[in-house]
Design a protein around this ligand. Structure first.
Ligand SMILES: Cc1cc2nc3c(=O)[nH]c(=O)nc-3n(C[C@H](O)[C@H](O)[C@H](O)COP(=O)(O)OP(=O)(O)OC[C@H]3O[C@@H](n4cnc5c(N)ncnc54)[C@H](O)[C@@H]3O)c2cc1C
Length: 380
């Protein structure tokens, strides 16, 4: 039997960022991860973008609250900067100009650097685009690429330095309530703690059910990414990412090639998701419609799960009926860019200190992340 103050189930970016901030507060923490690689699922399959204009309101606030950590992480956290400049161009098809206006107004109100672009401006920046299909756009100059591996392993390394234990190949199979907290079985081991944190991503409802808590309706949605080679006369180095604001396609340069996604959001069940042939074909078709590129053969493809609750917002809160059971799930397509603030927030709430003052100042409330929000419990 191993005993810790807090057990975290799931060693993805959500579990590890929270583990790091809890360990910094002097708590003894064990993280149980089913796979032999903690970034095997969603965390290792993202598009690695940091954008302060992307996602619902609470996500945008959490992204903004994460910026300082990304730009000035603790000493020795990573060898190289976590963020590198990218910029993202949002494009609108005719009829969708209002969505760009919203991004401009809202982004500026939040302090993001966003400028309006005409179709001609966009063509100058990304010459392969068929701008007759584009009415206007916006450029978020401060959007960045995230070195996800460095961030994730920065949290893991520093968590371990602070005495934390990450156990891999630890598939949590049973969770029982005890007089003082919880007893969790993973493989042949039993673990005990006063508090458990459910950071199991797409499997969050399964973990809740094992603990006897009511599922909150987490819905994993498949998203596909495909690598594409560029013709020798196209040099994409330094291009901004391009994303259709109607969420039909995005692409960004990656080591001289393009990473392309059809922005698919197909509901599925929690599993080791793989790309579907049809989604790859749709990706290539949309890329060829949006640009002058002719693609004969797509490169490697992968899919990952973006997991949502019904209202699109994450939950970071104790279960209202199960004392000591903390939900940390539903980060959707934004779990990397929000990880530093979400981890700090969760650690503060778990330790009974509520919303960190600097987050309260920008309007982050416990209600926004509560497990009691209306609509939770139904599938997204
Ligand atoms: C294609 C794609 C593009 C994306 N692009 C971006 C982006 O540009 N920017 C951004 O911020 N976000 C992006 N995301 C979203 C981001 O990847 C997720 O929000 C984030 O990784 C979620 O982290 P997590 O730790 O909750 O989940 P995961 O990384 O899935 O971690 C959950 C862990 O729980 C473990 N687990 C589950 N059940 C058990 C069990 N019974 N016992 C032990 N362990 C268990 C799993 O093995 C897994 O490792 C993207 C996602 C996809 C798929």
């Amino acid at each position: 039997m191993k005993t810790s103050d807090i057990l975290i189930i799931g060693g993805g970016i959500a579990g590890m960022s929270t583990a790091y901030f809890l360990a910094k507060r002097g708590k003894s923490i064990t993280v149980l991860e089913r796979e032999d690689q903690p970034g095997y699922h969603s965390t290792g399959r993202s598009a690695a973008l940091y954008s302060e204009t992307y996602g619902p309101k609470i996500i945008r606030k959490m992204s903004t609250a994460s910026r300082d950590f990304f730009l000035t992480p603790p000493d020795g956290f990573t060898e190289n900067p976590i963020l590198t400049p990218r910029g993202v161009i949002l494009t609108a098809a005719p009829g969708n100009e209002g969505a760009i206006d919203e991004v401009l107004t809202d982004g500026r109100a939040n302090g993001a650097n966003v400028v309006a672009l005409t179709a001609d401006d966009i063509k100058k920046l990304i010459p392969i685009l068929n701008t007759d299909l584009i009415s206007c756009g916006a450029l978020e100059t401060d959007a960045m690429d995230i070195d996800v591996h460095a961030l994730h392993w920065g949290f893991i390394r520093h968590f371990k330095k602070l005495g934390g234990e990450l156990v891999v190949n630890a598939d949590v199979s049973a969770i029982a309530k005890t007089a003082t907290g919880w007893q969790v079985t993973a493989g042949n081991e039993t673990y005990e703690a006063a508090i458990i944190v459910n950071a199991a991503g797409a499997w969050a409802d399964e973990i809740a059910q094992k603990a006897g808590a009511k599922p909150l309706g987490i819905t994993p949605k498949r998203r596909t990414a495909v690598m594409v080679d560029l013709p020798s006369d196209v040099n994409a180095l330094g291009w901004h990412m391009v994303s259709d604001i109607g969420e039909g396609l995005y692409f960004k340069e990656d080591a001289g090639r393009l990473l392309v996604s059809p922005s698919d959001t197909t509901p599925t069940v929690p599993h080791d998701v793989q790309p579907e042939e049809l989604d790859i074909a749709i990706t290539i078709d949309r890329l060829m419609t949006a640009t002058t590129l002719k693609i004969n053969r797509p490169g490697e493809a992968w899919a990952g799960l973006r997991s949502f609750f019904a209202d699109g917002d994450p939950v970071s809160a104790f279960d209202p009926e199960m004392g000591g059971f903390y939900w940390l799930a539903g980060q959707g397509g934004y779990g990397i860019q929000t990880a530093p603030a979400m981890g700090e927030y969760a650690a503060s709430v778990i330790c009974g200190d509520g919303v960190p003052a600097r987050m309260a100042k920008i309007g982050i409330t416990e209600d926004a992340l509560a497990a009691t929000r209306p609509g939770l419990g139904k599938p997204a």
